[in-house]
Ligand binder design. Structure first.
Ligand SMILES: Cc1cc2nc3c(=O)[nH]c(=O)nc-3n(C[C@H](O)[C@H](O)[C@H](O)COP(=O)(O)O)c2cc1C
Length: 192
């Protein structure tokens, strides 16, 4: 495990985690990274903007490695590149996960490092971390633990509050932006 990623609080939270056998003991996969990336891209995902405050500024990073982890305690997971500027901030301050709607493509591009000529983002700033108005859903989080994920860090966040808004999701599939075509014509599934 990398030493850079740990701070004391993270380490304590992760204390009960059983380590897996070291990577050196397992056979090395032979896959070409480009092909692996293309194949992984067949997994359709939603897209989130993870937002935070630094000084007087509000910042974000576009992520599709978001997933739910636990209900008790309520935990979510993000996988962030070790080179991500956001990572250092998100490990030690509150952050908001904004699930993006299909009207928020310019926001997704902006926080993926491709600034857009678009209307300025409407921030909601009176909660734990700044969040983006009009997102499909949001989760206000505090960092819970960080784990080694190779060239990424797996960041777990504890959900402090959440909310939702009625709009369609922005999707990412095979390296392209998509939106739901069938949402209005399919019956809703009852999950209760
Ligand atoms: C659809 C999409 C999904 C992305 N998912 C991730 C991700 O899960 N983890 C990650 O570290 N970067 C991801 N990125 C790349 C970051 O958004 C991008 O590198 C960003 O510029 C990092 O900003 P930062 O250096 O300010 O943190 C994604 C980009 C796009 C367009």
């Amino acid at each position: 495990m990398s030493e850079v990623m740990w701070n004391t609080e993270f380490y304590e939270n992760a204390a009960e985690v059983k380590p897996l056998p070291s990577a050196a003991a397992t056979p090395k996969p032979s896959s070409d990274p480009r092909q692996l990336r293309d194949t992984l891209g067949k997994f359709a995902t939603g897209v989130v903007a993870v937002t935070y405050q630094s000084g007087d500024g509000y910042y974000g990073v576009t992520v599709n490695s978001f997933t739910s982890v636990s209900l008790d305690p309520p935990l979510i997971l993000l996988s962030l590149k070790r080179t991500s500027r956001a990572l250092t901030y998100l490990m030690e301050r509150p952050f908001a996960v904004n699930v993006l709607g299909d009207h928020q493509l310019t926001t997704a591009l902006q926080f993926a490092g491709k600034p857009q000529d678009a209307d300025p983002i409407e921030w909601i700033t009176h909660e734990g971390a700044p969040r983006i108005n009009g997102s499909l859903a949001y989760f206000q989080c505090t960092p819970w633990a960080g784990y080694d994920g190779g060239d990424h860090v797996l960041l777990l966040g504890r959900v402090l509050s959440h909310g939702e808004h009625d709009t369609k999701p922005l999707l990412f599939y095979r390296g392209r932006w998509e939106s739901l075509a069938w949402q209005d014509s399919r019956p809703e599934r009852n999950t209760s």
